[in-house]
Design a protein around this ligand. Structure first.
Ligand code: NAP
Length: 456
C-alpha cells in the first residue's frame, strides 16, 4: 500500500510518504501499552480533557490550512471541508466538556447490596479509517478514546496521508503524551498483526464491508471488542404532503455532499406516486444545473471523486446498472479531461433483479423509485442489506414519525437530510455495521463497565 497525496482535481502526485516499519509498530505498541498502565490513563480525567480543549483551539486557529489540505488531498469542495473542520473542533469540545459526566459511576438497585457501574479504560485500540471525512473520522474515534484513557493506533486511508500527518501533529501539539495517538502508514497485514497483539484490546473500523468483515474477523479471533461503521443505501422518502421545494433542495444537497461519497447521504429517492413527476422534474433541473469544477472555488457544488479508481469503479457500476435495464434519466458518465469528475446522475426503473438495487453508489448517482403508499415506501426502504440512515419528508409529523419507527436504520431524520453532530449517536444495523460513534454511546463502546458491589 503506497501512501500518497494525488490531487484528484489535477491528477498531480503531490507527495509520497514512507511506510512505517515493523520496528516502528513495536515502538508504537510499547508506547501505547506503557501509557495505558500509567497515571495518565488510570488517574484523574482532567489532564486528558485539557488536551481535548487545547486541540479544539488549535484546530480553530489553523482551520483555513486544514480545509485546504483536505480539499487538495481528496477533492471535497472547500465549503464541505469548512464544515468538517468546524465539526471536529466541536467534537473535541463536546467530549472535553461531557466525558466526565458520561464516565461517572451509575448506581444499580440491587437486593444484594450497594452496587454501581464504574467505567475504566481497557487498553490500546486499533482504528482503521476512510478518506471521505479525513479529519472527522479520526476525531470520532480519538476524542472518546482519549477521554476514557484508551491509547490509539491509527491506520488512515492510503490516499489521505497529509490529513493523517497533520492530525497527529495537532494532537501532539495539544499536549497528548507519547502513545495517546499514533498514526501508522501500514499494510493490511500489519493491521492484522497489531489487532492480534495482546497489548491491543479493541478495534474500530469505518469503511467498506469487505474491510470491515476482515477486521471484525481478526478482532473476533483474538477476542477483542470491535465496532464497525460501514456503508449505507439510505432512502430519502418524499410523501405526497411534503414541502417539495425544500425536499428537492435538501435532496440535491444530500446526494451531492462530498461528491456523493458520504455513508449517510440520500441514495435511494423514494417518491409517493402523487408527487413523483413534479419532484423528479424539479430534482432533475437542480441536478443538471449544479456547478461542477474546482473544489477550491467557493461557488463549486460538485468536485471530483477522491481517486482515479473511485471514478473507474463508479463508471462501471453505472454501466452495469444500465445493462441490467435501468433508465438513464440524467448524466451517467465520467467527465473527460483532467481530474476524477463524474456527472450528476439520475437512474430510474431500477428493478429488484438489477444488482444496482442492492448496491451503494459512492458518487453523485441518485436512484429514483416510485411507490403508491406509505407501506410500500417502508417495504422498499427495508428491502436493503444496509441500515445506516434515512430521511422522511412530510408535513404531517405524526405520519412521518410512524414511518420513521418502521424503517430499519441506525438513524432517521424527518424533514431534513441525514447529518451529524457531536451529541447525536452515529451507526447502523445489518451490513451497515454495529456499535455507535459520537454521543454518550460512543464512550461506552470501549470501556470496562465494571460492576462493584458492597454486601449488605
Ligand atoms: P475501504 O476500502 O474499506 O477503506 C477504508 C479503510 O480500510 C482504509 O484505511 C483502507 O486502507 C483500509 N482497509 C481496506 N482493507 C483493509 C484490510 N483488509 N485490513 C485493514 N485495513 C483495510 O473503504 P472505502 O471504499 O475507502 O470507503 C468507503 C466506504 O466507507 C463506503 O462504503 C462508506 O459508506 C463507508 N463509510 C462509512 C461511514 C460510517 O460511519 N458508517 C463513514 C464513512 C464511510 P487503504 O486506503 O490503504 O486501502
Amino acid at each position: 500500500m503506497a501512501y500518497q497525496t494525488i490531487n484528484p482535481t489535477t491528477d498531480e502526485l503531490v507527495k509520497s510518504y514512507p511506510n512505517h516499519t515493523d520496528a516502528d509498530i513495536e515502538e508504537a505498541l510499547d508506547a501505547a501499552d506503557k501509557l495505558y498502565h500509567s497515571e495518565w490513563s488510570k488517574g484523574p480525567i482532567q489532564p486528558r480533557l485539557d488536551v481535548l480543549e487545547r486541540l479544539a483551539d488549535l484546530i480553530d486557529a489553523r482551520k483555513e490550512e486544514l480545509e485546504r489540505i483536505a480539499t487538495v488531498e481528496m477533492g471535497k469542495i472547500i465549503t464541505d471541508a469548512r464544515d468538517e473542520v468546524a465539526i471536529i473542533a466541536e467534537i473535541a469540545r463536546f467530549f472535553a466538556r461531557n466525558a466526565e459526566k458520561f464516565l461517572a459511576p451509575t448506581k444499580i438497585d440491587s437486593e444484594l447490596g450497594d452496587a454501581w457501574i464504574e467505567r475504566h479504560p481497557i487498553g490500546a485500540l486499533m482504528v482503521v479509517e476512510p478518506w471521505n471525512f479525513p479529519y472527522y473520522q479520526l476525531m470520532r474515534v480519538f476524542a472518546p478514546a482519549l477521554a476514557a484513557g484508551n491509547p490509539v493506533l491509527a491506520k488512515h486511508a492510503s490516499i489521505v496521508p497529509h490529513c493523517a500527518s497533520v492530525f497527529e501533529e495537532l494532537v501532539n501539539e495539544a499536549g497528548a503524551p507519547k502513545g495517546a495517538w499514533k498514526n501508522l502508514f501500514v499494510t493490511s497485514g500489519q493491521v492484522a498483526d497489531i489487532i492480534a497483539d495482546e497489548r491491543v484490546r479493541g478495534a474500530a473500523m469505518t469503511g467498506s464491508e469487505r474491510a470491515g468483515s476482515a477486521i471484525a474477523a481478526q478482532a473476533g479471533k483474538h477476542m477483542k471488542k470491535s465496532t464497525l461503521e460501514m456503508g449505507g443505501n439510505d432512502v430519502f422518502v418524499v410523501l405526497d404532503d411534503a414541502d417539495l421545494e425544500k425536499a428537492v433542495e435538501l435532496g440535491v444537497y444530500s446526494r451531492l455532499h462530498i461528491g456523493g461519497q458520504e455513508c449517510i447521504c440520500a441514495k435511494r429517492f423514494v417518491l409517493h406516486e402523487r408527487i413523483a413527476d413534479e419532484f423528479l422534474e424539479k430534482f432533475t433541473e437542480a441536478m443538471k444545473n449544479v456547478k461542477v469544477g474546482d473544489p477550491l472555488d467557493e461557488k463549486t457544488k460538485l468536485g471530483p471523486l477522491s481517486s482515479a479508481s473511485a471514478l473507474e469503479g463508479l463508471s462501471k457500476q453505472v454501466d452495469r446498472a444500465l445493462e441490467h435495464g435501468a433508465t438513464l434519466h440524467l448524466g451517467g458518465k465520467a467527465i473527460e479531461g483532467t481530474g476524477n469528475f463524474f456527472e450528476a446522475t439520475i437512474l430510474t426503473n431500477v428493478t429488484r433483479e438489477n444488482p444496482a438495487y442492492f448496491e451503494e453508489f459512492f458518487g453523485p448517482v441518485a436512484q429514483v423509485y416510485v411507490v403508491k403508499d406509505d407501506d410500500e415506501a417502508v417495504e422498499l426502504a427495508n428491502d436493503s442489506r444496509y441500515g445506516l440512515a434515512g430521511a422522511v419528508f412530510s408535513q404531517n409529523i405524526e405520519r412521518a414519525k410512524a414511518m420513521a419507527s418502521r424503517i430499519e436504520t441506525g438513524g432517521i431524520w424527518i424533514n431534513t437530510f441525514a447529518s451529524t453532530a457531536p451529541e447525536l449517536p452515529f451507526g447502523g444495523v445489518k451490513h451497515s455495521g454495529y456499535g455507535r460513534e459520537l454521543s454518550e454511546l460512543a464512550i461506552n463502546e470501549f470501556v470496562n463497565q465494571q460492576l462493584v458491589l458492597v454486601a449488605k
